[in-house]
Write a protein that binds this ligand. Structure first.
Ligand code: FES
Ligand SMILES: [Fe+2]
Length: 346
């Protein structure tokens, strides 16, 4: 293997998505016990459904008989039945029954990959194993989603761009005062600045040098052994009701080379009556504003060519963008090297 081949493999891994990660794939309410849910993750089709105890099965969305999507099928006593010719598969991917053919040899065979699933804060996470981490390390969520102090809403959206664009966008606070300049909350502050980058215990913090709290002025990435997320603040004018800034916690899930799914929790630190009134105000009025802002990001990123990075000319403000790419590339390099070492040892 040449150095060029290895570099291409690393680039490919970054583009497809790192292995050894928990990725959110759906909202909790979307996964039911009476109906399968088809999801896509890193170029793989998955099917998810709930067991009687409320936990979730996730296997490949591929019927062992001839490949029909199991997600088109039905749930029978906790197993999934293929719509095409009725083959029944359990949550481990084992063929339970072939109703059309008595004593068929397929019965009892483990035919499909199954995946670990966990739920947190109204989202369903699937673990994609790596060579170094075949079993899932713990999913680490931010304090805003593990304690009681914050309240909020999860919103998800599918964007027709590689997940790296969504991450780059989060690592780039300077776009707030331009792209979102006509929005309710992001119309303030100076349009000129420098950026700075600080290391944190788990990742990095990128911020504007000359202003803090006027616009989307900083973001921070937390990188854990098996998941990564970003958080940032959107300043709120007093007209937006009680509580301070709105905090956003974001995850970006790679779907395929040109599609991703974003998961954004929109949170405020409000209690008691103020909490209820903010939740009401959010649903009644603010949510539409936020969707509008998020649509501006989506339209911009979808408009960029898939290989924009081959021609881009970064400048000082792209410190965060460079850092997130470096983190992904380093992790991909480690994964590819351990896979190549295993192949060489065989
Ligand atoms: S393809 Fe599923 S039962 Fe035939
Ligand atoms: Fe944005």
């Amino acid at each position: 293997m040449t150095a060029i081949d290895k570099k291409a493999l690393i680039e490919e891994r970054v583009n497809t998505g790192l292995l050894g990660q928990w990725y959110p794939v759906a909202k909790s309410v979307e996964i039911r016990s009476d109906k399968p849910y088809g999801a896509r993750l890193m170029d793989q089709k998955l099917v998810l459904w709930r067991r009687a105890d409320g936990s979730i099965n996730c296997i490949e969305d591929f019927c062992p008989h001839r490949g029909a999507p199991l997600s088109y099928g039905e749930i029978h006593e906790g197993n999934i039945g293929c719509r095409y010719h009725g083959v029944i598969v359990d949550g481990e991917g084992v063929v339970v029954r072939v109703p059309a053919m008595p004593e068929c040899a397929l019965e009892g065979r483990k035919a499909l990959k199954s995946f670990h699933v966990t739920e947190h804060s109204d989202a369903v996470f699937v673990y994609v194993p790596s060579l170094a981490q075949p079993e899932p390390p713990a999913l680490v969520m931010p304090p805003e989603l593990t304690g009681d102090a914050w309240t909020g809403f999860l919103c998800t959206s599918v964007w027709e761009c590689n997940y790296r664009y969504a991450l780059d966008n989060l690592a780039d606070p300077m776009h707030g005062c331009y792209l979102h300049s006509e929005s309710f909350t992001l119309a303030y502050g100076s349009k000129q600045d420098l950026m700075k980058l600080d290391k944190t215990d788990t990742g990095f913090h990128v911020s504007r040098v000359a202003q803090l709290g006027d616009n989307f002025d900083w973001s921070e990435f937390a990188v854990h052994p098996a998941n990564m997320y970003c958080f940032l603040d959107i300043p709120y004018p007093p007209a937006a009701g009680p509580g301070g800034n709105m905090r956003i916690v974001g995850f970006c899930t790679p779907i395929d080379a040109t599609t991703c799914k974003v998961f954004f929790w929109r949170l405020r630190k409000v209690e008691g009556i103020a909490r209820e009134s903010w939740r009401f105000l959010y649903r009644a009025q603010l949510e539409a504003n936020h969707w509008h802002v998020l649509e501006q990001d989506r339209v911009m990123l979808e408009g960029m060519p898939d290989d924009a990075r081959k021609r881009e000319m970064l400048y000082q403000h792209d410190l965060g963008v460079s850092r997130i790419r470096q983190i992904l590339t380093r992790a991909a390099k480690e994964q590819i090297e351990s896979e190549l070492a295993q192949v060489a040892a065989e």
